[in-house]
Design a protein around this ligand. Structure first.
Ligand SMILES: [Zn+2]
Length: 387
């Protein structure tokens, strides 16, 4: 790993001097020199080192373009990465055979859990790159993207701070669906407060403060990811069962006007809606569920029946002069749905959104945190000692 890191950092240095940035160009330029300088190294690994170097430089150039002033890049962490031609993995025993130099191989035994088994035993998955870190090994898998099915229904979802709200449209009937995750905001709030407290308490010791804050951050990250994964999984399994397409709003370019309320600004910027969408999208691609993203413009202000655009945001209820009255979030999701259909999303058997047949009272709960999340100690409860 040290050799690999050295090779990467050398390649970065040479690449920056010569203004060469692509992996292939690096390969042409320095391969011969590097063969002499790193005589022991397996040739395939050198090429991988160039690839890592190229990606390091790419980030560096991005930072320069963003007008940040980055330090000269180098790889600090011990690591090594190889492509799938350069190592062997025995899928039954979980033993990785990694050549280091001529006649010298390293064997790594993976600790294989049931979760890992699922991927190792799946013959449709082929091996991708291998990353070796001091404490773990990352094996990437490749999968041919499955064919998207022809949808028979549509779920359109409006993403809100504590929930995904939407409608599921199937034939002529439409149902309100909801997946709520109110704890996400609460978790962020709690961890934010805790970090503030640590910073105050450890103001005299910045190193400790930083370490503790980082640990808080990691924990927050894990807890939120866990919930987002669960929400995405339940939504997708519902979609798969009903053979539905999923409609989401496109976030790109959406900015919030800074409000005077600092707390609201923070909440909006931290709100992991993009992450949730990413989870939904990649998981959908993995199983072949079609996902459509539409421009959310006016989705919260438009009346889906008469098309009138209200000038101000409504409170919890969206009311229109034509008599249409609906929950604000549901209304937004109906607008998303209509945009998607007008953009050419087709469904087997045809669909018609009939406001008369809209079932106001029936709500299908896709995800409910009480059922979904495992209980976890929140760390704030204190056990009082009984004397
Ligand atoms: Zn109207």
């Amino acid at each position: 790993m040290e050799d690999f890191r050295l090779a990467v950092n050398n390649a970065v240095r040479v690449g920056l001097q010569a203004r060469v940035t692509s992996r292939n160009a690096l390969n042409k330029l320095v391969y011969k020199d590097f063969r002499c300088n790193h005589p022991g190294m397996y040739a395939q690994h050198l090429v991988s080192a160039f690839e890592v170097a190229a990606s390091v430089m790419k980030t560096y150039r991005k930072r320069i373009r963003a007008k940040a002033e980055p330090r000269t890049p180098y790889v600090k962490r011990l690591m090594m990465k190889t492509e799938n031609q350069a190592y062997k993995l025995d899928r039954d025993s979980g033993i990785i055979d990694l050549p280091i130099r001529a006649g010298c191989h390293v064997k790594l035994k993976l600790v294989v859990s049931q979760y890992h088994r699922r991927y190792l035993d799946d013959p449709t998955l082929s091996l991708g790159s291998l990353t070796v870190l001091p404490d773990r090994v990352i094996v990437a898998f490749r999968k041919e993207t499955p064919k998207l099915y022809a949808p028979e229904s549509i779920i359109s979802l409006d993403t809100n701070e504590g929930s995904l709200d939407g409608v599921c449209l199937q034939g002529n009937s439409s149902t309100v669906v909801k997946a709520s995750f109110p704890e996400v905001a609460a978790i962020q709030r709690r961890h934010h407060d805790r970090r503030k407290k640590i910073q105050k308490k450890k103001a005299h010791d910045r190193r400790t403060s930083r370490t503790l804050c980082r640990r808080e951050g990691m924990r927050e990250h894990h807890r939120i990811d866990h919930r987002m994964h669960q929400v995405a999984n339940t939504v997708l399994s519902f979609a798969e069962k009903h053979k539905s397409a999923i409609v989401l709003e496109e976030f790109r370019g959406m900015r919030y006007k800074k409000s005077k309320d600092k707390d609201l600004n923070r909440r909006l910027s931290l709100w992991p809606r993009r992450k949730l969408h990413q989870f939904i999208e990649y998981k959908a691609a993995w199983t072949g569920i079609p996902v459509v993203k539409v421009d959310p413009r006016y989705s919260s202000k438009k009346c889906p029946i008469c098309g009138r655009i209200q000038d101000s945001r409504m409170c919890t209820l969206f009311e229109c002069e034509c008599g249409w009255c609906q929950d604000r979030h549901i209304n937004a999701s109906i607008n998303l749905l209509q945009t998607a259909i007008s953009k050419g999303l087709e469904v087997a058997g045809g669909l018609r959104f009939d406001p008369g047949a809209f079932q106001h009272d029936v709500m299908m709960i896709l995800y409910d945190p009480v059922r979904g999340a495992r209980s976890e100690p929140n760390g704030t409860r204190r056990v009082r000692a009984v004397t």
